[in-house]
Write a protein that binds this ligand. Sequence first.
Ligand code: PLP
Length: 423
Amino acid sequence: MALSRRAAELRPSATLAISAKANAMKAQGMDVLSLSAGEPDFDTPEHIKAAAGDAMKAGFTKYTPASGIVELKTAVAAHARKTQGLEYEPKQVVISVGAKHAIANALFALVNDGDEVLIPAPFWVSYPAMAKLYGGVPRIIYTDGTAVLWDPDSAHLTPVEAGYKLTPAVLRKGLNAKTKVVILNAPSNPTGIVYTPEELAALAVVLREFPGAWVISDEIYDCLVYAGIAKSLAAVAPDLKDRIIVINGVSKTFAMTGWRIGWALGPAAIIAAMGDYQSQTTSNPTSIAQKAALAALTGPQDSVATMHAEFAKRRILIADGLNAIPGFRCAPADGAFYVFPDVRGLAAMPAVLRALKMDPAKGTKGFSGALTTHFLESAKVAMVPGAEFGLECHLRMSFATSPAVITKAVARLAESVSALTKG
Ligand SMILES: Cc1ncc(COP(=O)(O)O)c(C=O)c1O
């Protein structure tokens, strides 16, 4: 086979693959309700689109500096100051092709072959695969303190009382002398958890004990918080700022997923290395999209507030709806736009296991995958198995979709579960 080892090992992103499958079913005329995609259902605000149009008309259609235009870097720094009280100079900002690209490039800049990359579970699907692509060894730390090397075919199930938040004691169990990077993500995809500043400060105490470990702090959802406040780790622990890379972007906050603009903030030397890498690989993020992102950050913010208010209503709608279904336990998300219901109640029902053709002797392995396939095929509701995020017996559903779709999806799931539990 001509494929390189790295290419051969790589699997496509599960969330994108499931969205593609749901879209293909829709294209065949099936009435599929999609709760799988991680993108706002709102259109990009008009003034942002207009800025892109203006850029095109003005001929702003050529290469820009590979690490992004200085106006946008300045606006990003101002945004970090306004939202998080963080101080960065433009040379500490790199503009990338979405936050995903920024995370990948940060891993490139930091990780040597064999370095460990510590990833708390449940995790955003791309972190372990990206760490591996850059020669890192992804180590997963579960909230019950179990630390394992990443295996894409094996997801654990933690006790309910362990919750979804990393504690200092658990973080300490995952770190060792080989840890080069810890990837933190709050508000979290998939759970929607948000750490309090006190909780972050307690994690920082442990990070201080491991001076060789950097932190990639993925704060892409920091403007989508409904309960509590999402402080940046760099703001809570300024003494660690010289080994923290803060990741953010316009995709989620401004409904701009397709524009592909994200960024990293951090020490100038690492940021410069990320820019150099871009100069040898992608070159600049799209010139026109950079102007659109500039308008997003510097223009009116009322559409952000409108979208936020809408998500805040939907988080309750979906959690209440799912909690009324037997076998589901769902906390409303404190941030981001996902719920991560625990369905171990369903996995404990013999009739459900029989209907899904699962062998009870094999435990819960594969349960979330079998259940999501069943829900997609029988109820025409698309979602992502928790196993893709490292945790079995959970489902990830996005509520970045209309209340009508959420209500209909919940009703279909209730009906499907009722049929399943009757065997
Ligand atoms: C936690 C997290 N980080 C990063 C990203 C990537 O964002 P972008 O579209 O800007 O690449 C996503 C998108 O789903 C995400 O959920």
